[in-house]
Design a binder for this molecule. Structure first.
Ligand code: DGL
Length: 250
């Protein structure tokens, strides 16, 4: 049985946890929500690196064999530092799903929704650079999306107005494929799909991250599939937001 540590600024990483459990149903999961410091989106890289270190120590102390940085913003700001400082620990990060979007678009325009930190990170900018000659890539910060998910507001007039404000510019630019570049956003995916209409494809990168986790566990020879399954939730703030979203992924 592998002990899989997962962390995010809040409940968003549960969209990755949900896919991990589908791919690896018999492992021990340790989920850390850093909700006392959420959102990460506008914080400095140094701040997020410090949080990443603290949380890594907690997860390793609990026996994690591998750490999934289930947060695009923390991946952009801190995964390179964490890998350098903990060379023995496998870290899995979030990939902006620009490649499948670029391969699948028919209009030739793809939209990316992410936090400000992710959009200015070198990882995203490099990926963008690989595809921008072939497709037009338009970006928008999902302004207020993280706060909606942390409050458990996933539908209704307030969620609709907030989501529409960031989504509409991408649709107006002709995007037929929308990449969810923040792990909180998949909890708004039904609403995003309804507002965008049936012609628009929305991509959640979590299943690809789960597949990558399976590959790395195999590569490292960490045994899986033996059970029993367990999950423990940890948080730096109040439990409510995590428990609300956890009910959806159980
Ligand atoms: N869920 C995170 C991400 O994937 C962080 C969002 C935030 O805290 O701003 O980027």
């Amino acid at each position: 049985m592998a002990s899989i540590g997962i962390f995010d600024s809040g409940a968003g990483g549960l969209s990755v946890y949900r896919e991990l459990v589908k791919a690896l149903p018999l492992e021990r999961y340790l989920y850390f929500s850093d909700n006392a410091h959420c959102p990460y989106g506008e914080k400095t890289a140094a701040y997020i690196q410090e949080r990443g270190r603290t949380i890594t120590e907690v997860l390793l102390g609990l026996g994690a064999d591998i750490i999934v940085v289930a947060c695009n913003t923390a991946t952009a700001a801190a995964i390179a530092t964490l890998r350098a400082e903990y060379p023995a620990v496998p870290f899995i990060g979030m990939e902006p799903a620009v490649k499948p979007a670029a391969l699948g678009t028919r209009s030739g325009v793809i939209g990316v929704l992410a936090t400000a930190g992710t959009l200015k990170g070198s990882k995203y900018l490099n990926t963008r650079g690989l595809y921008q000659d072939n497709v037009k890539i338009v970006e928008h910060v999902g302004q207020g999306f993280v706060e909606l998910v942390e409050s458990g507001i996933l539908d209704g007039p307030e969620a609709e107005a907030t989501v529409r404000a960031s989504l509409q510019p991408l649709l107006d630019a002709g995007a037929d494929t929308i990449v969810l570049g923040c792990t909180h956003y998949p909890f708004l995916q039904p609403l995003i799909e309804r507002l965008a209409g049936p012609e628009v494809k929305v991509i959640d990168p979590a299943p690809a991250v789960a597949r990558q986790t399976v590959r790395i566990l195999q590569e490292r020879g960490i045994p899986t599939g033996e059970g029993p399954f367990s999950v423990d939730l940890y948080f730096s703030g109040e439990p409510d937001s995590l428990e609300r979203i956890f009910k959806l992924v159980k």
